[in-house]
Write a protein of this length. Structure first.
Length: 98
């Protein structure tokens, strides 16, 4: 991977910084060839698939437990906000009633 990124040379030694790397080559002025869109898209999808295989996916029981925790938290926070809204509205109405 580091060789593909240019950090290591073919022999495994650290590569020269980018400014020094081009000094040893004859510059033709032409941009390097770039892979076409289908090839780049295929490589991207292959790398995405490889990364997704490294993910530690949760099991069914974990998903159920986390879902229950989230739903309970949403209900509690909803009731809390409702209570605040209710009591603040009552207080304001009482304030303006006088």
């Amino acid at each position: 991977m580091m060789q593909r990124q240019g950090a290591l040379g073919p022999d495994g030694a650290p590569a020269a910084p980018s400014g020094q790397r081009s000094a040893g080559r004859a510059s033709t002025g032409a941009a390097p060839e770039r892979a076409g869109l289908p090839e780049r898209a295929t490589e991207y999808l292959r790398e995405v698939r490889g990364e997704l295989q490294k993910v530690a996916w949760p099991g069914r029981s974990e998903v159920v437990n986390y879902t229950i925790v989230v739903l309970v938290a949403v209900v509690i926070l909803t009731l809390f906000v409702f209570g605040l809204d209710y009591f603040i509205a009552k207080a304001i109405l009482e304030l303006f009633k006088k």
